[in-house]
Design a protein around this ligand. Structure first.
Ligand code: SF4
Ligand code: SF4
Length: 106
């Protein structure tokens, strides 16, 4: 499972990768596990849209995340009995919420 996430200010985020062992995605495709970090290091404070022409973004090291479990309540093509069966998902921060962009209508 490849779990990419743009919510850099979440305590489970490591430079665009989610390091939680499991997450819950609600019926509106939003990650309910999001928790604002109390302290952010340089990697988590990046403003990629602003700086992308000057320097490449700092990304997480390779992480084997075979055992990440995603519980999900959304009416999505990849939802099988409450678990996400996609090979990977991408979570964005549209409207400041942690939306699953991999969502597909059934
Ligand atoms: S918002 Fe959700 S997917 Fe993103 S890092 Fe936090 S817990 Fe992981
Ligand atoms: S891809 Fe679909 S089933 Fe998987 S977490 Fe996103 S909304 Fe839920």
């Amino acid at each position: 499972m490849d779990l990419k996430c743009k919510k850099l200010d979440c305590k489970y985020n490591d430079k665009f990768a989610c390091v939680a062992k499991e997450i819950d995605v609600n019926k509106n495709n939003v990650c309910d596990k999001y928790e604002k970090a109390t302290k952010l290091d340089e990697g988590q404070k990046q403003n990629v849209p602003k700086n992308m022409l000057n320097k490449p973004p700092k990304l997480h090291p390779f992480r084997h995340s075979k055992n990440v479990q995603i519980k999900c309540s959304a009416e999505c093509l990849f939802n099988k009995e409450g678990l996400c069966l996609a090979n990977g998902i991408t979570v964005d921060s549209i409207n400041k919420k942690a939306n699953c962009l991999t969502y597909m209508d059934k």
